[in-house]
Design a protein around this ligand. Structure first.
Ligand SMILES: CC(=O)N[C@@H]([C@@H](O)[C@H](O)[C@H](O)CO)[C@@H](O)CC(=O)C(=O)O
Length: 289
C-alpha cells in the first residue's frame, strides 16, 4: 500500500512566534479527518529554515505529543549548521521519532564529499533511519544516481524524498534501488510519480486535499488510469489556484476556512492581504467544499 504524508505546516502568531495550539489542531485534522498515513515535520512547508533550534524542538515535540503514536512521523532535521542537524537528530530520536530526514546542504555549493560527510555525520550517533530530502529547484543540489548510490552505502540512509520534476532520474533511481523508500514530493506530479512506482508521497497540499490524493492513489492501484487522471486534474486546478494566490499563506488561509487555526506565515513570507483572504475563501468554496 502506498503511503500519503502531509507536510505539516507551522502555525505562527502574527508576531512570528510559534503557536503550538494551531500545530496541534493541524495534526488532529490530519489524523481524524484526512486519515493520513503520516506527517513530515519541520520541512519547507513547516517554514523550518527560518526557525531557531528551540522553535524547531518545540514543533517536533508538539507534533509528537499530539500524534501520540497514531501515525508515522518523519522529522526533517537538515540544516546548514551541521551541529544543529546532529543535535536535532538526537533530540527527535530521543523523543521517539522512527524516521528522520535532512535536506541536502545548500547555498555554499558543497562538493559531493562534503554532502556525504554531512549525511554520515547526522546519522552517526543516532539509532535512526534517514530519508534524503532532495529538492534541487530550491537547493541547487541535483544528486546523480551514482551519488545516491554512494549515500546509500550507509545502511542508515533508507530513502529519498524526491521533490524533482526529473522523471528520467526518478526512473533510474527507482530501478537501481528497488528496496529504498522513494516518496514523491511534488503534489502536482503525483500521477507520473506513481507510474514510476514511488512508495508514496509527501506534500503540502495533502493537508487540504488528502481525500482526493488518496482516491487518485487507489484508482491508480486499481488500474483505473482515466479516473486517476481526472483526480490529478482536479487536484491541479486546486494547486494552480493556491500557487496563484501565494501558496504558503493560502494553505493556512484555506485551513482557517475549515475551522483550523493554522495562523500566519513567518516573515519575510507575506502576511495575508484582503485579496489573498478573498482568494482563499473562493478556493475553499470552489475546490474543497
Ligand atoms: C517547496 C515545497 O513546498 N514543496 C512541497 C510540495 O508539496 C509543494 O508545496 C506542492 O507540490 C505545490 O507546488 C513538498 O515537496 C515539500 C514539503 O512539503 C516540505 O518539505 O515540507
Amino acid at each position: 500500500m502506498k503511503k500519503l504524508y502531509s507536510a505539516l505546516m507551522t502555525a505562527f502568531n502574527e508576531d512570528g512566534t510559534v503557536n503550538s495550539q494551531g500545530i496541534r489542531e493541524m495534526v488532529r485534522y490530519n489524523i481524524d479527518v484526512n486519515h493520513i498515513d503520516g506527517l513530515y515535520v519541520g520541512g519547507s512547508t513547516g517554514e523550518a529554515f527560518m526557525l531557531s533550534t528551540e522553535e524547531k524542538k518545540l514543533i517536533f515535540k508538539t507534533a509528537f505529543d499530539e500524534a501520540n503514536g497514531a501515525i508515522d512521523l518523519i522529522a526533517q532535521v537538515g540544516s546548514l549548521n551541521l551541529l544543529e542537524a546532529k543535535a536535532l537528530a538526537k533530540y527527535v530520536t530521543d523523543l521517539g521519532y522512527k524516521k528522520i530526514s535532512a535536506v541536502t546542504p545548500f547555498y555554499y555549493n558543497f562538493k559531493f564529499d562534503e554532502i556525504k560527510h554531512y549525511y554520515d555525520e547526522i546519522v552517526k550517533d543516532v539509532d535512526n533511519k534517514l530519508i534524503i530530502y532532495s529538492i534541487p529547484a530550491l537547493t541547487g543540489v541535483a544528486l546523480t544516481t551514482d551519488q545516491f548510490a554512494e549515500l546509500f552505502e550507509n545502511p542508515k540512509i533508507i530513502g529519498i524524498k524526491y521533490t524533482n520534476a526529473d522523471f528520467y532520474l526518478l526512473e533510474r533511481v527507482r530501478n537501481r534501488f528497488p528496496d529504498k523508500l522513494i516518496l514523491s514530493g511534488f503534489d502536482e506530479m503525483l500521477l507520473p510519480a506513481l507510474a514510476l512506482n514511488v512508495d508514496g508521497a509527501i506534500g503540502s497540499t495533502y493537508n487540504l486535499n488528502a481525500k482526493r490524493a488518496k482516491a487518485e492513489m487507489n484508482a491508480f492501484e486499481a488500474g483505473d488510469i482515466a479516473k486517476a487522471r481526472q483526480l490529478q486534474k482536479d487536484s491541479n486546478d486546486l494547486i494552480t489556484a493556491l500557487i496563484q494566490n501565494d501558496i504558503y499563506p493560502s494553505l493556512k488561509l484555506v485551513m482557517e476556512e475549515m475551522g483550523i487555526h493554522a495562523g500566519y506565515t513567518k516573515e519575510p513570507m507575506s502576511h495575508p492581504t484582503p485579496e489573498m483572504k478573498a482568494g482563499a475563501k473562493e478556493i475553499y468554496q470552489k475546490y474543497l467544499k
